[in-house]
Design a binder for this molecule. Structure first.
Ligand SMILES: [Zn+2]
Length: 310
């Protein structure tokens, strides 16, 4: 946690350290109850693209969900392994999208159809990906909060747009009762690799003045797309400062973000232990069984003996 009033030296060291890394900042206005989260997740989304062999359309859709899951970590304790899972089940060709992130900034995810066709649309004469066509605009958005204190909390809201950012804003205001604005962007290069991925979340809390709410609403509406700001070289803290300009922004938190999957042999084996004896026999008929991790593609091989030696 970086406390306010950073010395100049520390600030520059941090800027250099984070130059080519993914990270998230949390900023607040000095005198008003509001919070701004801004995340850069370019490398994390690029890793997801490579791990899953995603088409450009799938890269943008899963990328937005990964950024969304990172923004959802505003609901868990900073720097802990409490986690949030975001599941989007729309009626579009990509099928189910799953993204999970924890308080330490670790994120992972997958989609049902990684090779989904890339639909585009024209917006103000520019060709853009039609994410709502890929995701679908009817279906559900589920958020599961695992706070490591017993049963996870699950809430489901209907999809309102299929563009993911708007759907998350709807989730925050409906299920969490926190008025929120969300912006998420993923831009891919000609060769399909990720050029920029990032997003912001602005939340206003109880007791905030009407004037500041109006100001923040105006700021968010006027803000250029996140990927455009990133293209200009703006970093998360710069974007947070733009949103909170004139409100004495304070940087109160910072965490590194990475694509990380904690799966291991034990987790993989436990999925086989759910099968019945006859299902297991059938599985091992042709030799060792393979369990592939949905999040990272790692392959685990087990023989019949491995399973019976529980
Ligand atoms: Zn894995």
């Amino acid at each position: 946690m970086i406390q306010k009033e950073l010395g100049r030296e520390t600030k520059e060291d941090l800027r250099n350290y984070f130059e080519n890394r993914d990270y998230m900042v949390i900023a607040v206005p000095r005198r008003e109850p509001a919070r701004v989260y801004v995340v850069k997740a370019t490398s994390a989304v690029e890793t997801a693209r490579r791990v899953h062999g995603l088409s450009p359309g799938a890269t943008v859709a899963l990328g937005r969900a990964l950024v969304g899951a990172l923004l959802l970590t505003s609901l868990v304790k900073h720097a802990t392994d409490q986690k949030v899972l975001l599941k989007i089940e729309g009626d579009g060709p990509i099928g189910t999208i799953v993204a999970e992130a924890d308080g330490k900034g670790r994120v992972r995810g997958f989609v049902e159809n990684p090779q989904v066709e890339t639909f585009t649309k024209r917006v103000n004469g520019k060709k853009k990906f039609d994410v709502s066509k890929i995701v679908g605009n009817s279906g559900t958005l589920t958020v599961v909060k695992e706070l490591r204190m017993g049963t996870p909390y699950t809430s489901v809201v209907p999809l309102v747009s299929g563009e993911i950012a708007q759907d998350l804003a709807y989730y925050f205001s409906q299920s969490e009762q926190i008025p929120s604005a969300v912006g998420i962007g993923v831009l891919v290069n000609e060769d399909g690799s990720v050029r920029h991925a990032g997003g912001f979340l602005v939340q206003t809390l109880g007791g905030i003045s009407e004037k500041v709410v109006d100001l923040l609403e105006h700021r968010v509406t006027e803000l250029p797309p996140v990927t455009e700001l990133m293209e200009e070289g703006k970093r998360p803290e710069d974007i947070a400062s733009m949103i909170l300009d004139g409100l004495e922004p304070q940087l109160v938190g910072l965490k590194e973000v990475e694509y990380y999957c904690p799966c291991d042999e034990e987790v993989a084996k436990s999925s086989l232990l759910l099968l019945t004896e006859s299902e297991l026999n059938e599985l091992f008929e042709e030799g060792p069984a393979e369990v592939v991790c949905k999040f990272c593609g790692r392959v685990y091989r087990f023989t019949k003996e491995d399973i019976h030696r529980r």
